[in-house]
Design a protein around this ligand. Structure first.
Ligand code: SAM
Length: 288
């Protein structure tokens, strides 16, 4: 098996295939085997799992996952990397390499059930949120049991996803992701373990997909809209933010906040997902 975290091996492979790191695709490859193994450890992969990886690059993490999982499905947008992956992953018979843009892929076509499914990925940072939202919002059928997702992401984005009320990173992204999953920060990763070095630090987070939501909005999209509007002007009180950023009349909002037991002078960052859900449901029922 090739040592794919060695900078010399990476440079050789790139030269042999006449490749350059494609900035546009967020190509920063891991060059630290310990960190790579730590990320895969955080994925809690078992020999029964199918693992979905987004953005294998030259396949360094894919190799490590394939040694632990039943099957790996890895989706890479850059067709120039597909021939490299054919070479680096050629010895494995449990890896499916898919040359597609993950955001345009019908992900349900890729995973054959019944299976337990996990996701492990060093994400391209320019599309972190849409990738995570796609995975969370996919209507996984019975028989495909998605539980844990482990991502290497830009530190600031990972902190926003995992933040709770009262923290300065807490925002609409925290509330929306936490509606679907229970997130946790695993460990931080310095820029020095990537080739080429990104300008930002990174963090590994895990998302444990909820089997049951803690609260149920009447209309999920309306709930998300209320949350986004409340955080749009986060320094303002929740009443001012919502009346500036939604079509609801101020009097209706005041009534709804009062009914939900929320002090209208509070700020969005002081409210948890359940409070937002209560408020959104009251507004929904008022038909306002
Ligand atoms: N997994 C490798 C590693 O850890 O060294 C590479 C990670 S690199 C940060 C992100 C990878 O995602 C690149 O290989 C890039 O080409 C790929 N990528 C970027 N956009 C993508 C998309 N829309 N769909 C699938 N892969 C994508």
């Amino acid at each position: 098996m090739m040592n794919l975290t060695s900078p010399a091996v990476i440079s050789e492979l790139m030269a042999a295939h006449q490749l350059h790191f494609n900035k546009q695709f967020g190509q920063n490859f891991l060059i630290d085997q310990n960190i790579l193994e730590k990320i895969v450890d955080a994925g809690h992969i078992t020999a029964a799992d199918t693992v979905l990886e987004i953005g294998p690059g030259i396949g360094s993490m894919t190799q490590e996952i394939a040694m632990r999982a039943r099957r790996v499905v890895t989706v890479e947008i850059d067709k120039k990397l597909i021939s490299v992956l054919g070479e680096t992953l050629g010895d494995f018979d449990n890896i499916a390499i898919v040359n597609q843009d993950f955001l345009k892929t019908d992900v349900l076509d890729l995973i054959e059930g019944p299976t337990s499914l996990k996701v492990v990925a060093n994400l391209p940072y320019y599309i972190t949120t849409p990738i995570i939202m796609k995975l969370l919002e996919t209507p996984w059928p019975d028989g495909i049991d998605l539980s844990r997702m482990t991502f290497l992401v830009q530190k600031e984005v990972g902190e926003r996803i995992c933040a709770g009320p009262g923290s300065k990173s807490y925002g609409a992204l925290s509330v929306i992701v936490q509606y679907y999953a229970d997130p946790a920060v695993m460990f931080t990763v310095p820029a020095s373990v990537f080739m080429p070095r990104p300008k930002v630090d990174s963090i590994v987070i895990s998302l444990q997909k909820r089997t049951q939501q803690a609260f149920e909005p009447c209309d999920k999209n309306q709930f998300f809209k209320v949350v986004k509007a409340a955080f749009q002007t986060r320094r303002k009180t929740v009443i001012n933010s919502l009346s500036n950023n939604t079509a609801y009349p101020k009097a209706v909002l005041l009534d709804a906040l009062c009914e939900a037991g929320i002090d209208p002078r509070k700020r969005a960052e002081q409210l948890d997902g359940e409070a937002f859900c209560k408020l959104a449901n009251i507004l929904y029922q008022k038909g306002a």
